[in-house]
Design a protein around this ligand. Structure first.
Ligand code: AMP
Ligand code: FE
Ligand code: FE
Ligand code: ZN
Length: 293
């Protein structure tokens, strides 16, 4: 089984990268990618744990992006971690994430007993700050009982407390990832909620710009949407993946609940030029300087 979408405490998951890999292994996953939001600092710990368990590890990231209407996510695999433009963009998003979360907390604080300190206490040190950490602070304060409830009651984009996040547009995101030697796979592109994806025209533009494919088997994608994406993927011979989007205790998603075929993993590896996958044996010969935050 291969699960190419997992989050750790380096973004908004609740487990360390090593714990995430151990959990994935326990669920039968043998090829795994760590895809923290806008961040690669968990790679080296995850790779060490994965290889120790005999798993194959694909370094990844889930890059934030947005259109006029909504926030979207692009999965990126095997890109060069030293690529300056991609690094700079991820840094910029993370910086804005903190300011945006502060703005949201100020708004929420007018109606509920919550302050920025509560978010700092709720978030693991160095995490990519996001609404999930505001949710954790709301839970800690007893204002709601779960992350899920916080999202529906307070953190939803339709809520008066919501603040937009800086993020590149999808075309820029695909170009940044592709120019860094990575493979761009649109994350959960056809959900039914406010985070649903793009028009056919926009998708065609992304394919033109180098989009590698779609994450189709994801619990938030609608059946109709999956069929639509599969048809586009067949037409353009694109990569399709399946994954859990595991966030530890932060979401009900379980590692290995969806899987990516070996054929598709081989295609991702073949297409990428940024960094090598980490294999659990002598094939793991390429080491690059991707162990920094
Ligand atoms: P942000 O990037 O700060 O806008 O927050 C978006 C993140 O919130 C996503 O990456 C999800 O992991 C998380 N999220 C969205 N909806 C929910 C939910 N209902 N329950 C728990 N986590 C959620
Ligand atoms: Fe997340
Ligand atoms: Fe996502
Ligand atoms: Zn995700």
């Amino acid at each position: 089984m291969a699960d190419l979408h997992l989050h750790s405490v380096h973004s908004d998951g609740t487990e360390s990268p090593a714990e995430v890999m151990r959990c994935a292994f326990a669920h039968g996953v043998r090829t795994a990618a760590l895809t923290d939001h806008d961040r690669i600092s968990g790679w080296s710990e995850a790779a060490g744990a994965a290889l120790g368990l005999g798993m194959t590890f694909l370094p990844g990231m889930e890059l934030s992006m947005k259109t006029e209407l909504r926030t979207l996510h692009m999965l990126a695999y095997l890109f060069d971690p030293d690529n300056a433009p991609l690094r700079a963009e991820a840094d910029r998003i993370r910086r804005d994430r903190v300011e945006r979360a502060q703005r949201m907390v100020r708004r929420i604080g007018k109606d509920h007993h919550i302050r920025w300190d509560d978010v700092i206490s709720a978030a693991p040190e160095g995490a990519t700050i996001g609404r999930p950490h505001i949710a954790d602070a709301l839970v800690a304060r007893g204002i709601v009982s779960t992350r899920g409830e916080a999202f529906t009651e307070i953190l939803d984009p339709g809520s008066r407390y919501y603040e937009p996040l800086y993020a590149p547009d999808p075309l820029t995101a695909v170009r940044l990832i592709t120019n860094a030697g990575g493979v761009a796979i649109a994350a959960h592109p056809v959900t039914s909620g406010p985070e649903s994806f793009l028009s056919r025209k926009e998708i065609d533009e992304l394919i033109e710009a180098g989009l590698g494919g779609f994450e189709i088997d994801h619990r938030d994608n609608t059946p109709d949407g999956k069929a639509m994406l599969q048809a586009i993927a067949d037409e353009h011979d694109l990569i399709v993946t399946g994954a859990s989007d595991y966030h530890g205790d932060g979401k009900p998603n379980v590692p290995g609940e969806n899987s990516t075929t070996q054929e598709m993993i081989a295609r991702i590896i073949e297409r990428a030029t940024g960094t090598a996958p980490r294999f659990p044996d002598a094939r793991n010969i390429v080491q690059r300087s991707d162990d920094r935050a």
